[in-house]
Design a protein around this ligand. Sequence first.
Ligand code: F6P
Length: 366
Amino acid sequence: MASTQRRRVGLMTAGGDCPGLNAVIRAVVKSGIYQHDFEMIGIEDGFLGLIQNRMHVMSTDEVSNILTVGGTILGSSNKADPENHAVLENGRWVRRDVTEDVLAHCRQWNLDALIVIGGDGTMCGANHLIGRGLKIVGVPKTIDNDLEGTEVTFGHDTAVTIATEALDRVHTTASSHHRVMVVEIMGRYAGWLALRAGLASGSDVILIPEIPFDLDVVARMCQKRSTRGKRFTIIAAGEGAAPRGGDMVVDHRDEGSPDPIRLGGVAKLVAGEIEKRTGLESRSIVLGHVQRGGTPSPYDRILATTLAHHAVDLLAAGRFGELVVVRDGKISSLPIASIAGKVRKVPLDDPMIRAARGVDTCFGDT
Ligand code: F6P
């Protein structure tokens, strides 16, 4: 890429949005301009903006007053993939490699380097572009907390807080009506969100993708509680949880997306089966995108700002191809290539699982 007098740094938010993205944008733009005199270029709607050549010069004014605002002022998309981009042609989705368009647009905008904020899908795309010569530093985000290599991603803490509050609220209505309430929590193929919210809310049953559940075991737990005089049960169900020997419940396929599977429906399945097996009145609730919206928690604002600042420092030092991570509680970095395409699941011996079992929380396995 050609270089100009001031180094030009592109910035994008890609994949599903999450609280804290604006905090990263603010910190990257401010540190980039104030500390390094970079010219900051905002790429709109993630990889889609690179593919469609939609970018603009950013000023510190544009990022003023956004620290506490959810979503992303740059927009995002979880449908764009330079190597395997879905295009609707004559009513059919076809995949095209549009990498050359992306590289041409980067040259046209004289981008020296990019800061890419995203989750696992985004880091796969970033890794592909690194292989084609782009200089990229990654910042990890996702409410799912499932990005390999980092102990935590910003957005997760806020989502845990929202899901916990929902479970707390469900508690009182479940208790009034003596019902089993099954609350479906996002997280895709990893159970971090359901596990943390379930533990924080004292849910009686926590179902996560890492531990296949047996409906008879879950039903027995509800019955046991009922017999003991506890006339309600709260079940926190990760959307990727699946019955033993069965499959995850898919709501629909989004063929325009690199990962077309959209999970959904496990809470309804569990509530229906529990009612059938126990006679206890059961209801299901899907929290959905509420978990991704609204103002980031203070923890996420701090994490987002710290990760962003480190990413700008790496870029200024010419440390390209790295993802900023949290390891052993400290900010560091590792090669994007080493984590691309990997999902970080909850280990079965995680202290949170052990602690939950210790207070008689049922995971549906025993
Ligand atoms: O990865 C974040 C996430 O919210 C998952 O928890 C969820 O399965 C998925 O995105 C939903 O995707 P969409 O926004 O396309 O419905």
